[in-house]
Design a protein around this ligand. Structure first.
Ligand SMILES: NC(=O)c1ccc[n+]([C@@H]2O[C@H](COP(=O)([O-])OP(=O)(O)OC[C@H]3O[C@@H](n4cnc5c(N)ncnc54)[C@H](OP(=O)(O)O)[C@@H]3O)[C@@H](O)[C@H]2O)c1
Length: 411
């Protein structure tokens, strides 16, 4: 049972995202003086270097050594804190022991995994344990999948207010996205590809939009899948191209709907794509994105081409976009919700730094702080999503402290 020596521990504080997350948490001057948190990782030396680089504000932070293969060290983490926020990835390689011990000890947990096959495996193995211990396990608290999940939450809450109903047909479109990629993200992507290569049945299972809903969950499903072909999306007056995060985000949004008792409707469907613009240029852009994605996927599929990419083009583990590139980055997302009675609502979601790092670290930090504020009576244990665990509280925190805006688009 946790003795609450700390409120929060950042596990993987020396990772590329972990460093940005730690800086973000240090910048939260509104944290109470009683708020106790610590940095954890597998290397004392790296943790000390990080602490030194963070200046006087970080001097009082405790450093805790833990390795994802060392059960005793993970148990020590869980027994000393209310919540662990983990950036130790790929999660399918390093994440299970920590989730298992959180589920056993009732320790709350947030991460930024986009590895849906791993999330499903964890739900299957530890959901019952987490429910009985009261551990709230909230995955995907980064760019995947907060803008999608909380964006849809905002859209549905606004529709309730305006039309007194939910909107079961939702399309999310990426209007603008600029940012880079880190070695850790590439490693997670490769780990997912390896898992899919090893199991043809996993490929089939993962294709189900309700993959993250339990087997006995609602079965009705009419997935609209725009990534199969280029098409002109008349709802957005633009050609569209596949968005690589769709297969992660849509599974999380579906789980949110399921956990809310399918409150967005039994026929709820959700899809994502990139807007590429009108006319011939829009079509060409759409074709180019599809071509580049296909080529990249094949390059990652074969070890030899992957090695060439790694050698010449991709960041190493621990590396990622520069601070300038993080600050230059941003994203704009449009969402349209409709129902069969011709009600429709558009919302716009914006982020003020690069999606995968500057923005992800802020979203993750705010999710962790928000979960700590959420009572266990109101939100009991189990595998939750950002929207199902924290809904409106997280929505306002993201707008106050994470540089995100969620607005109804009247045009
Ligand atoms: N959802 C999103 O939008 C989003 C965005 C960005 C990243 N991500 C995900 O976040 C994860 C982290 O990405 P990143 O670029 O920050 O990765 P990274 O820089 O490669 O960091 C990986 C971290 O894992 C630690 N680690 C590895 N093996 C460990 C072990 N056995 N025990 C304890 N710690 C161990 C490393 O420790 P050392 O520092 O000691 O090497 C490092 O701190 C990845 O899975 C990535 O896919 C998600």
């Amino acid at each position: 049972m946790a003795n609450n020596k700390y409120d929060l521990i950042v596990f993987g504080a020396t990772s590329f995202v972990g460093v940005i997350l730690t800086k973000h948490l240090l910048s939260q001057t509104n944290l109470s003086a009683n708020f106790k948190w610590a940095l954890a990782g597998r290397s004392q030396h790296k943790l000390e270097q990080l602490q030194l680089s963070l200046g006087t504000a970080a001097k009082t932070l405790q450093l805790v050594i833990a390795d994802s293969d060392d059960i005793a060290s993970l148990r020590n983490l869980c027994n000393s804190t209310r919540l662990i926020v983990s950036t130790v990835g790929p999660y399918a390689l390093y994440g299970e022991n920590l989730v298992a011990i959180c589920a056993e000890t009732g320790t709350d947990y947030c991460d930024i995994t986009g590895e849906v096959h791993w999330i499903r495996r964890m739900i299957d193995k530890y959901q019952v344990l987490a429910q009985s211990s009261g551990a709230r396990i909230v995955n995907s608290c980064g760019f995947d999948s907060i803008p999608s999940d909380i964006g849809n939450y905002f859209l549905q809450a606004s529709a309730q207010e305006k039309f007194n109903c939910y909107l079961p047909l939702v399309s999310m479109r990426v209007a603008k996205i600029t940012g880079g990629v880190s070695g850790g993200t590439i490693a997670s992507f490769i780990s997912t590809i390896e898992a899919l290569k090893a199991s043809p049945s996993l490929r089939r299972e993962i294709a189900n939009p309700r993959y993250l809903c339990p087997e006995n969950g609602p079965k009705k499903n009419s997935e609209r899948n725009p990534k199969k072909k280029q098409r002109f999306d008349t709802n957005f007056y633009s050609w569209i191209a596949p968005f690589i995060m769709e297969n992660i985000n849509s599974r999380i949004v579906m789980r949110s709907s399921y956990l809310g008792g399918m409150n967005y409707g039994d026929d709820f469907t959700y899809d994502e794509a990139i807007l590429t613009g009108k006319g011939m240029l829009g079509l060409l852009k759409s074709l180019s994105i599809s071509l580049i994605l296909t080529v990249l996927l094949w390059c990652f599929y074969f070890r030899i081409t992957r090695a060439i990419l790694n050698l010449f083009f991709l960041p190493a583990l621990g590396e990622g976009p520069s601070v300038e590139s993080q600050q230059r980055g941003s994203f704009i997302i449009q969402m349209l919700g409709r129902n069969h009675e011709n009600h429709q609502l558009r919302v716009c979601i914006k982020g003020d730094s690069d999606p995968g790092y500057g923005s992800t670290a802020k979203m993750l930090g705010q999710s962790a702080l928000c979960l700590l504020e959420t009572s266990k009576t109101k939100v009991p244990g189990g595998f939750l999503t950002p929207a199902s665990a924290m809904g409106s509280m997280l929505l306002s925190r993201l707008q106050r402290n994470a540089g995100l805006t969620f607005e109804i688009d009247e045009h």
